[in-house]
Write a protein that binds this ligand. Sequence first.
Ligand code: NIG
Ligand code: FE
Length: 423
Amino acid sequence: MDHVMGYQYDTLIYNVRIASMQDNGLPYGELPPHAIAIAAGRIAALIPCDDALGEVFQQANTVIDATTLIPQNEGDKTKLPWLLPGFIDCHTHLVYGGNRAEEFEMRLQGASYVDIAQRGGGIKGTVEKTRRADEPTLLNTAIKRAKRLCEEGVTTIEVKSGYGLDLDTEVRMLRVAKSLEQHLPVSIQTTYLGAHALPNEYAEDPDGYINFICEEALPHIASQNLANAVDVFCETIGFSTSQTERVFSSAQKHGLPIKAHVEQLSDSKGAVLAAKYGALSVDHIEYLADSDIPLLAQSGTVAVLLPGAFYYLSEVQKPPVDALRAHNVPMALATDFNPGSSPLASILTAINMGCVLFQLTPEEALRGATMHAASALGLHDRGVIEAGKLADLTLWDIETPAELAYCINGHRPVAVYKEGKHV
Ligand code: NIG
Ligand code: FE
């Protein structure tokens, strides 16, 4: 809404520079000086900072001069902190049992990710440990991991299942993921990733496992509202395009949007299939062919780049960033936080890696972890600073937003607001 005289706001924040991420033609969507009024967890109004602002102060229960929140600022009113939308980590697998430090050592000695997977390690190793983990253990470890993200200003996290594969453990993972909302100031979006690996009990019957996903697991998960989306690992060491298509069509039948791990290790044409099904996102995409990119543009699918996995697996094939940019395919960035290919508990490092490894500009990287990450989750109520959106906000002691992409471990937000509450 626009500012209304007489309306009572919960909070008013002023003396900030706003990187709104709106598409207003300016870098980072910067706005001219505005105060931000918050009511009922949302951005109620953006109010121009002019002589009349003083009168608006009476309309807010709490008025915050953001310069007072900067440590060692010594009352300097000329150095304004920057306000950004809360970060959205739109691709993680942060609920799991155990860890894969041993495999990391094996890889350093020359074993490849694919070798390890084919020898029954990799995702399957984590499946064993996750099946054995009880709910409190899964929850406590997930809280520790998610907390690291929140400390950097992440206010929404997508969490995938996929380390249980059987219905019981998948449901447990999805419940644990959602319950993080009770322990941390964060919104959780859950994704059912049953088609992550073939469980040992179906080793001789891969299509039987797809039947189980489509006829038992997915209908149950959909009917219990346990997932916001469905994902598939479409890959030579994952599932074929025809198996993937069966899962997509079942997801569609149950009204769940689609996301997909595609073209991470080979060009399996999973992205073409995902586009045909109107997927919210295609993720990884190092091996995506330039000629398939127009299809993503047509289907409005977001390209989610995961530089953490590229880095940890010492990959050399980069995603086709120039061609994605040329076709205006929105690019999101995420941590892919998982125990095998990307044990990365830092969205700011993912942002830095997106620039250094994939040549994104700092602006693209920051938009990728805010507005485009929101689109990758089909969320239209966050990711930009605009009246009506959730008041998920971060405040930074920086001179330019590019600093957040440039420096590794140099910054933490000086304040985080989750739905208007200072957390
Ligand atoms: O996004 N590619 C498949 N899934 C994860 C890796 C999971 C694992 O290795 O445990 C990924 O990279
Ligand atoms: Fe992943």
